[in-house]
Design a protein around this ligand. Structure first.
Ligand SMILES: Cc1cc2nc3c(=O)[nH]c(=O)nc-3n(C[C@H](O)[C@H](O)[C@H](O)COP(=O)(O)OP(=O)(O)OC[C@H]3O[C@@H](n4cnc5c(N)ncnc54)[C@H](O)[C@@H]3O)c2cc1C
Length: 558
């Protein structure tokens, strides 16, 4: 209404709507033809200003009239979805001078830049230190040997950083310490891992090239190939094997690097290739210990921590931690499933955490990450899965099959074997929900985690803006659900009048004070996915506001 009401007089006129649609349609090529544009606008106008029985067209609408038309007329409502609003903020932003934009970039990314700066400074420090050490202390090194040693040290350094960045349990702990999470850019740890991994690969290439060229230019006794592919060069602290382990390491690293590139990692059906080639990390660790005498000093700390993290995650196979059952599965639409999982006794999670799940009946070795969309205060774990092309499709088809099977079995039990086309069958299929009994073999599910994400920051800010697209809304739903549960926890009964009330003093101490929630979807049907949770949140909010208004009106302290 505000968009149409150009002169802000709380009335919208034919002229205002015409002007609005003229501006709007002029953005589209198909409306270049003025006549065509006019015809389309007239259709819109008729929706809002219908001609009555006396052939008189109303010329103005107030908000109530506008609202009634939209309620009555789904076409008019549909046409409003198509409207895009000019991005005024962006226009203002464009007016900033380059140095102002640069400065705001620095301010917004200060902690990232500091950490990047520290990483670069250490790299430069190592380059200088190893070069000087090789030139003045070891002496007699060729330029290519110095290059090989400098880059070898950088391989060690980048290895230690890359492994540290993937210590997910430690990252979760750091995230929980608010003061640290403000300083350390924890949410960037995977991006940083990619950057450092690339630096490691480049260092390894330079290291190998250094040795290759050195063998080609400075070896008189052995041929180049002998030096490169046998122990003839006599390098290495374990049986002179540095050249052979170096060759194998280079090959493994090359495979790992190529399979980690985005075009493989994010390609449908290729994720497992990325995942399995990353397991080459363990043989590489052993080979690196044999290959380079000082590697263990860099690697021992991060690798030990990683090893213990992996060991700790094995609890996923224990019934109290990860081996659990599904309570129900709902088929939301052609693409989305919602799973309600029984929470294992010792499984604790926080808002916005994600878990890896495995259906042993579908694929015993495949684990996939999904965000928990329910609040930690709830008894169950709820996740929503969008069907992609491989594992998720198998899961969707599997539960669709379960639903159909159950519908038929129920129909047989209730109405006799020969009658499948009855109401019971249809009702079960229409409800699209499967409820599992405690020992149902179809209900087996294993969960691993939880792992934290940036959503955990929502309770540290005064004003939170949650933005989700498609199924990516799950962390926001979890945050909204948690916020509602928190307010609900402060419900109380007034001692003087026995009325329902809230502990406003406690609520006012809580963060955040305000939440904006945006959810963008390609298809309008997707909005129905979290309908029950969103309705619950909306009702809780309305209830809270009503009670607050009543309390204020009665001006009695709760
Ligand atoms: C932290 C996190 C939380 C997520 N939360 C949700 C959620 O709440 N709901 C939801 O529907 N989806 C979520 N996803 C995405 C979901 O994990 C993938 O869509 C799913 O694993 C795809 O499996 P697939 O075999 O059908 O994929 P494919 O059809 O083979 O590929 C589709 C895409 O999924 C990626 N992918 C495949 N397997 C994995 C994997 N094991 N880990 C990460 N990415 C993978 C591929 O790179 C590709 O880009 C989340 C992903 C992450 C990383």
């Amino acid at each position: 209404f505000k968009l149409f009401d150009d002169n802000n007089d709380d009335l919208i006129s034919i002229e205002e709507i015409r002007l609005f649609y003229q501006n709007y349609t002029s953005e589209f090529k198909i409306f270049r033809d003025q006549q065509h544009q006019k015809e389309v606008i007239d259709i819109f106008l008729k929706e809002f200003f219908p001609i009555n029985d006396d052939a008189i067209q109303q010329r103005e609408l107030n908000f109530d009239g506008f609202y009634k038309i939209l309620q009555r007329n789904p076409n008019a409502l549909q046409s409003l979805y198509l409207i895009s609003v000019p991005d005024q903020d962006r226009e203002e932003e464009n007016e900033l001078m380059w140095y102002q934009r640069f400065w705001s970039y620095i301010i917004n990314n200060a902690n990232r830049l500091v950490f990047l700066g520290i990483y670069i400074l250490i790299t430069i420090g190592l380059i200088i230190y190893v070069s000087l050490y090789r030139i003045y202390i070891v002496k007699n090194n060729t330029v290519w040997q110095i290059i090989a040693h400098v880059s070898g040290t950088l391989v060690n350094y980048n290895y230690a950083v890359a492994v540290t960045l993937m210590l997910k349990q430690i990252m979760s702990v750091l995230r929980r310490i608010h003061s640290l999470s403000l300083i350390i850019p924890i949410d960037d740890h995977i991006d940083a891992h990619r950057l450092v991994g690339t630096a490691l690969f480049v260092s390894a290439i330079v290291h190998s090239l250094g040795h290759c060229i050195n063998f080609a230019t400075h070896t008189e006794v052995n041929s180049w190939s002998q030096s490169m592919f046998t122990t003839a060069a006599g390098i290495g602290w374990v049986a002179h094997s540095a050249t052979i382990t170096g060759d194998i390491l280079f090959l493994l690293l090359l495979i790992m690097f190529i399979c980690s590139l985005q075009f493989i990692r994010q390609r449908t059906g290729f994720y497992l290739l990325f995942q399995y080639t990353h397991y080459l990390f363990w043989p590489m660790f052993i080979l690196l210990i044999i290959h380079a005498p000082s590697f263990w000093k860099w690697a021992i700390g991060p690798t030990t921590l990683l090893f213990f993290e992996k060991l700790y995650l094995l609890k996923r196979y224990l019934p109290k931690h990860g081996r659990t059952k599904l309570k129900s599965v709902r088929i939301e639409n052609d693409n989305i499933l919602t799973l309600v999982i029984e929470r294992p006794q010792r499984f604790k999670f926080r808002t916005g955490n994600y878990i890896n799940i495995c259906f042993p009946k579908i694929a015993k070795m495949e684990w996939h990450p999904f965000t928990i969309s329910s609040s930690p205060k709830r008894q169950d774990i709820r996740i929503s899965i969008m069907k992609k092309k491989n594992w998720t499709k198998k899961v969707y088809d599997y539960f669709y099959g379960c639903l159909t099977k159950r519908a038929y079995l129920t129909a047989i039990t209730i109405d006799g074997a020969d009658n499948h086309s009855n109401d019971n069958l249809r009702n079960i299929l229409l409800s699209k929900e499967i409820t599992f009994l405690a020992n149902d073999p179809d209900a087996d599910i294993w969960i691993e985690g939880p792992f934290s994400t940036c959503t955990s920051h929502v309770f540290n800010s005064e004003h939170v803006v949650l933005i989700g697209a498609g199924i990516g809304v799950t962390p926001s739903i979890s945050a909204l659900d948690s916020l509602t549960q928190r307010v609900q926890n402060h419900r109380c009964v007034c001692v003087s009048c026995n009325a329902n009330s809230y502990n406003y003093t406690q609520i006012s101490k809580q963060q955040p004070k305000k939440v904006d929630f945006f959810w963008i979807n390609r298809e309008i049907e997707t909005f129905s996915c979290f309908r029950d949770i969103l309705e619950e949140i909306e009702n809780a909010q309305e209830n809270y506001l009503n009670i607050m208004a009543a309390t204020r009106n009665n001006s009695t302290e709760p």
